[in-house]
Design a protein around this ligand. Structure first.
Ligand code: SF4
Length: 362
């Protein structure tokens, strides 16, 4: 079975989940309503990682909808992505970087997703005009790197992936290309069982540096299969880095987060960012951790790492830029620094903010 056929066995309906969770009719009806707004799709592989005897199992919480998703406090576009769109399907927020929303599909729809407004739903913000996007990048020589994101970039066919690589690798001003994909975590066979994809990546990596940016959040996700996917990428010359999200009930303890970072580093996946969970509708009240508490967790987890494992930043991906959370400057005053700024005058700027104990965002 190839990866696309594999996806056809995904759990996508309330009726299917009813059997798995032994839900009654009322619960199934409620679930149906949630799925109309936020679709569900769970690979058989990811489902097999759940420890069913534990009601609070972290894998379960990341893939199975909860009633808490009906709490729509927050917003759907917390980082102003629509404002940064310069060509339909492409954002240009930071001078050197362009980001392409190449698809609205993912192998699995994470319950904590910050692009809940579009994954599995709307293709309004998705790249449809390939040539227009490429012409924009060709005409903006200040862009030195392109992130092909989504949805999940590896849910594109190999043909589409090659089309991006072929065109981008011809541009002299592009230093490197990144693919944002959670397939190593939720559908590792997309990589390990697709020699054609690996051949394409290897071929183009000799022309342009390619990176895979993935998204492991919990040590349970680091399995024999996911490590094999990472190894396959490393073998064809593609470095793999990880963006985790700090999530209540998933990895909000120094022990769990520390273990995640340590095991990732051992598996050849360098920690890149730990993101503060964004105040997204349907996500905010279920998963956000207060900033002060988040800082303590991240610092303790960092203390368990060697230099390589500490190679990441704890950041907020904010409308104004990527803001690093540096620590307490005084009682109730937190120190922040612009790691990436939307406005040039903010670049590198340090600032402090008074924070309430329960405050999760700026
Ligand atoms: S893989 Fe990424 S884009 Fe897709 S649902 Fe998960 S977090 Fe969202």
């Amino acid at each position: 079975m190839n990866w696309a056929e594999n996806l056809q066995n995904n759990l996508t309906t309330a009726e299917q989940l009813k059997g798995v969770l032994q839900l009654n009719d009322k619960e199934t009806e409620k679930l149906k309503q949630i799925l109309e707004q936020f679709p569900m799709s769970i690979t058989q592989y990811y489902l097999s990682l759940i420890h069913w005897e534990d009601e609070n199992d972290p894998i379960r919480k990341m893939c199975i909808p909860s009633i808490l998703e009906t709490d729509l406090d927050g917003s759907f576009d917390t980082s102003g992505e629509a404002d940064n769109t310069v060509v339909e399907g492409m954002q240009h927020k930071y001078k050197q970087s362009a980001m392409i929303l190449s698809t609205n599909r993912c192998a699995m729809y994470c319950r904590h997703c910050f692009r809940k407004r579009l994954v599995g739903l709307s293709d309004k913000e998705i790249a449809k005009y390939f040539d227009k996007i490429m012409e924009y990048i060709e005409g903006h020589t200040e862009i030195s790197n392109v992130l092909i994101s989504g949805g999940d970039a590896f849910l594109n066919s190999n043909e589409v992936i090659e089309k991006y690589l072929e065109r981008l690798s011809r541009m002299e001003h592009i230093d490197f290309i990144r693919f944002g994909t959670r397939t190593p975590v939720v559908l590792p066979m997309r990589i390990t069982e697709d020699k054609e994809l690996l051949d394409i990546l290897q071929r183009y990596s000799s022309k342009k540096q390619i990176y895979v940016i993935t998204h492991f959040n919990h040590p349970y996700e680091i399995t024999r299969e996911s490590k094999a996917a990472v190894q396959a990428l490393l073998h064809v010359g593609i470095p793999v880095r990880n963006q985790a999200v700090l999530l209540k009930g998933i990895n909000d303890s120094p022990k769990v987060l520390g273990m995640l970072l340590k095991r990732l580093t051992a598996a050849g996946v360098l920690p890149y960012y730990v993101f503060q969970c964004r105040p997204v509708s349907g996500v905010k009240n279920q998963f956000q951790v207060p900033l002060k508490q988040g800082f303590q967790i991240v610092e303790e987890a960092k203390g368990m790492q060697n230099g390589m494992g500490k190679n990441f930043r704890y950041v907020l991906s904010h409308e104004a830029g990527k803001i690093e959370i540096l620590g307490m400057a005084a009682e109730d005053e937190m120190l922040f620094k612009y790691h990436q700024a939307k406005k040039p005058e903010d670049a590198g700027r340090l600032f402090t903010r008074h924070l309430e104990d329960t405050q999760c965002w700026l």
